[in-house]
Design a protein around this ligand. Structure first.
Ligand code: ATP
Ligand code: MG
Length: 332
């Protein structure tokens, strides 16, 4: 079972990324043969970004991933742009990608309206590069949050269309989306997902937030006019907090509802905040130990890229051969 997932180095990672993505990556190390995790810096150039910051944000993310439990000896951890096969494969796959599908992607629609200046072709092309990321490794499973379901569907179509057009070559991967915690919501606007690029500062819990900042944000979390601590479609704020507490404790949402049946909103918000503080504290402490040693972080990425490149090169050679691109494989 090969596992692959990518995560963007833009901005600061939040509790949604942590629960929907990172905890799944850590668990995947047990099952993955191998588990491959990629810091997708090329994806982060598709929206407005600061070039003088991008590399440092990659180190931030890498230190955070290791602090959360990724072990470079038990997984392949690397930076996307170090393995040039991703970009080559994305071009090759574009020939079996439908333009109409790209234009329909929610992420493209949401992020293109949010751009103040240029809406880049890269933003439209994002899911093709993401398809190349995964398909280059012939991964079976892609651990992601709910928002990425659509992109995984698209890469399945791409792989399938390639196999039908050029012959069986690529593995059609499956999304692995957690049952609870796949869509953590913004604490100030629980109709929206917590997001790196689109949510409010006060509604976003960053993994590296200090305890008092976390508590302040939970105390101010938007709830609703009722008093019952139960999940309901018209109670997105309270439902979000119940889900959060359940995933953090590893219990069911029903258990959380039962435990707080007689509590008030205010006390419940404090309880969830305290659980989140305890949950993130060891990660934050370990992060600050790891982050200063950039040469070591760079060394880990280089070693990961060497392993990744070997796998990706095999796939790209097969794809080129099937497509009739370049010299015959026997001479290449
Ligand atoms: P952006 O909003 O700019 O796309 P992001 O917050 O989605 O950024 P990514 O690096 O794109 O960050 O996502 C990393 C992983 O986190 C992905 O698997 C994504 O599905 C997951 N994820 C993102 N937001 C949430 C959320 N609110 N709840 C659960 N999982 C999430
Ligand atoms: Mg995203």
């Amino acid at each position: 079972m090969r596992i692959f997932s990518g995560i963007q180095p833009t901005g600061r990672k939040h509790l949604g990324n942590y629960i929907g993505g990172i905890t799944q990556y850590v668990a995947g190390q047990e099952r993955g043969d191998p588990a491959i995790y990629c810091i997708v810096d090329l994806h982060s150039t598709t929206v407005d970004y600061d070039p003088s910051e991008l590399r440092a944000r990659g180190y931030d993310l890498e230190a955070l991933l290791i602090a959360a439990g990724l072990d470079p000896d038990r997984c392949v951890l690397f930076r996307q742009s170090d393995v040039k096969e991703h970009t080559e494969l994305s071009w090759l796959l574009s020939s079996v990608t439908a333009l109409g599908e790209l234009q329909r992607m929610h992420q493209f629609r949401d992020k293109s309206v949010a751009q103040r200046e240029l809406v880049s072709a890269g933003l439209l092309f994002y899911p093709v590069l993401m398809a190349a990321d995964v398909l280059a490794y012939r991964a079976h499973e892609v651990p992601v949050g709910e928002d990425q379901r659509e992109h995984v569907e698209l890469m399945r179509d791409v792989a399938d269309r390639f196999n039908r057009r050029f012959g069986e070559t690529l593995v059609v991967p499956e999304a692995r989306i957690p049952e609870v915690g796949a869509r953590i919501r913004d604490l100030q606007d629980p109709t929206r997902k917590m997001s790196t690029t689109g949510s409010s500062e006060q509604g976003t819990i960053y993994v590296l937030d200090e305890p008092d900042a976390i508590m302040r944000k939970f105390k101010r979390a938007v709830t609703d006019s009722g008093t019952d601590i139960v999940r309901a479609p018209d109670k997105p704020g309270i439902s979000n907090l119940i889900e959060l507490l359940a995933v953090i404790r590893g219990t069911s949402a029903e258990d959380a509802e039962r435990e707080f049946a007689d509590s008030r909103y205010g006390d419940f918000k404090v309880a969830v905040g305290e659980a989140v503080v305890d949950y993130l504290a060891p990660v934050r402490e370990r992060y600050h130990e790891l982050r200063p040693d950039e040469p070591e972080l760079e060394r880990i990425l280089a070693a990961g890229a060497d392993r990744a490149r070997g796998m990706a090169q095999e796939t790209v050679a097969d794809v080129r051969e099937k497509m009739g691109v370049g010299p015959p494989q026997s001479l290449a």
